[in-house]
Design a protein around this ligand. Structure first.
Ligand SMILES: Cc1cc2nc3c(=O)[nH]c(=O)nc-3n(C[C@H](O)[C@H](O)[C@H](O)COP(=O)(O)OP(=O)(O)OC[C@H]3O[C@@H](n4cnc5c(N)ncnc54)[C@H](O)[C@@H]3O)c2cc1C
Length: 397
């Protein structure tokens, strides 16, 4: 009998409509994405045509109002997309797409009506690809230490600085740039502002694509701004109040990322259970040895726990609870778990797990990003401890 690693969770959360949408996304991945895995991984980016296709299917507009061409449905549709777009050998596919639709363009919901009308319809249609540029070469964990500056000059801001590791940075047409508008704020997190910047703006330069160990079809870039003039109308939210917007959106980014992490865990388990059952050693299946069967049981249990906790945090988040601590907890648990599972699954594959032709070897390098991107596990623990005790110093007393 075939080992069944399907995890049952979230029955009370997802409706029949969500599940119908899930079926549609699964079919799309199977028929329109998966066949291109080798080609897109080698190209290091996704073709324009797949963005347009996702736009036509309504995948890119779930978070946007109908006046922008979106469907304005609940967050669970974004979760379904994050989960299902992960189940492909196109490396980093869900990261590229979720980054565009839920981790960058969504900042424009706080921009002026003019900016929303100008850009959001093309975000939803897939004609305009977005990215979010916060991290700088001098450091990404310490968000308040950014150095990129934006100086007001009449009706423009003049932006100078540099960003690194920007997802969709090569393919993007529009980047949400985080810059310091107050060089000497009373407190470090004050005086930070966000701008919607077209990548064709004079003074905007993209570096060569960064060569990564994994997530290869999701392009990543360094960006350079040299006396780049951006109309003041492209300021998102109030000048100097960017920190609050970033913190709010990082919550959604981290939650949706957990959809990706847990889905990756489920894929790794499925692939490995199948392999361990079919691979014969000493005349028996790898999975028949109790030590290996127990390993599969442990992994299945841990992924189930993470998934149940994730859905519980999601449910409470959607009900309006403030869950900074819980989001940090599930982000660190799920991303670390994916790495633990990847390690064990490669081992269960033996030498074949180290070979590129086996999907598990790709997962091994893809999941390595999980506890680095969108805030490292160390930073998640810092947030948790601050929430628990007020500050780490206090916690040690
Ligand atoms: C593939 C990829 C895609 C990315 N996409 C984007 C993107 O689209 N947009 C964007 O803005 N950024 C993006 N990032 C950047 C990512 O968010 C940062 O890499 C991450 O936040 C860590 O920052 P850093 O790399 O500068 O590491 P650092 O901040 O230099 O940290 C180095 C080490 O020190 C640890 N550390 C830092 N501070 C503390 C502390 N207080 N206590 C204990 N340990 C600490 C960290 O956990 C880490 O282990 C991406 C990164 C990668 C690799």
């Amino acid at each position: 009998m075939k080992l069944n690693t399907t995890i049952v969770a979230g029955e009370q959360l997802f409706t029949a409509d969500h599940e119908a949408f899930r079926d549609q996304v699964r079919r799309f991945v199977r028929e329109r994405v998966e066949p291109h895995a080798e080609e897109w991984n080698a190209a290091g980016m996704l073709p324009r045509s797949i963005w347009i296709e996702m736009g036509e299917l309504g995948f890119l507009g779930t978070a946007y109002a109908e006046c922008f061409g979106g469907s304005d449905v609940d967050l669970l549709y974004s979760v379904v997309l994050a989960e299902e777009l992960t189940k492909t050998r196109v490396s980093g596919f869900s990261f590229a797409v979720c980054n565009h639709k839920d981790m960058s363009s969504n900042y424009m919901l706080d921009a002026s009506q003019e900016i929303q009308d100008k850009y959001l319809p093309r975000v939803v249609s897939g004609e305009l690809i977005c990215g979010f540029a916060l991290t700088e070469p001098s450091g990404g964990s310490d968000v308040a230490a950014i150095r990129t500056s934006a100086v007001r000059d009449d009706s423009d801001f003049v932006i100078n600085g540099q960003k690194v590791f920007i997802t969709n940075g090569i393919s993007a047409d529009l980047i949400i740039v985080v810059a310091r508008t107050d060089p000497k704020p009373a407190r470090p997190h004050e005086g930070i502002s966000l701008f919607a910047v077209e990548t064709t703006t004079s003074g905007f330069r993209k570096g060569a694509p960064l060569q990564k160990m994994g997530n290869r079809a999701s392009d990543t870039a360094e960006l350079f701004f040299e006396d780049m003039r951006v109309p003041a109308a492209n300021l998102i939210g109030e000048e100097g109040k960017g920190w609050g917007l970033i913190m709010a959106d990082l919550g959604i980014e981290r939650l949706l990322s957990c959809g990706i992490y847990i889905s990756a865990c489920e894929e790794m388990l499925r692939i490995t259970a199948d392999y361990a059952q079919n691979r014969k050693v000493f005349g028996r299946s790898v999975s028949e040895f109790q030590v290996n069967a127990h390993k599969l049981a442990e992994m299945y249990t841990e992924v189930t726990l993470a998934k149940v906790f994730f859905y519980d945090v999601l449910r409470r988040y959607m009900a309006g609870e403030n869950l900074i601590k819980e989001i940090s907890m599930i982000k660190y648990i799920a991303s670390d778990l994916a790495n633990k599972i990847a390690y064990a699954c490669v081992s269960l594959h033996g030498g074949w797990g180290y070979m590129k032709e086996y999907a598990i070897s790709q997962w091994f390098t893809d999941v390595r990003l999980f506890n680095i991107g969108a805030g490292t596990s160390e930073i998640m623990k810092e947030i948790i401890v601050k929430q628990l005790f007020g500050s780490p110093e206090k916690a040690q007393k």
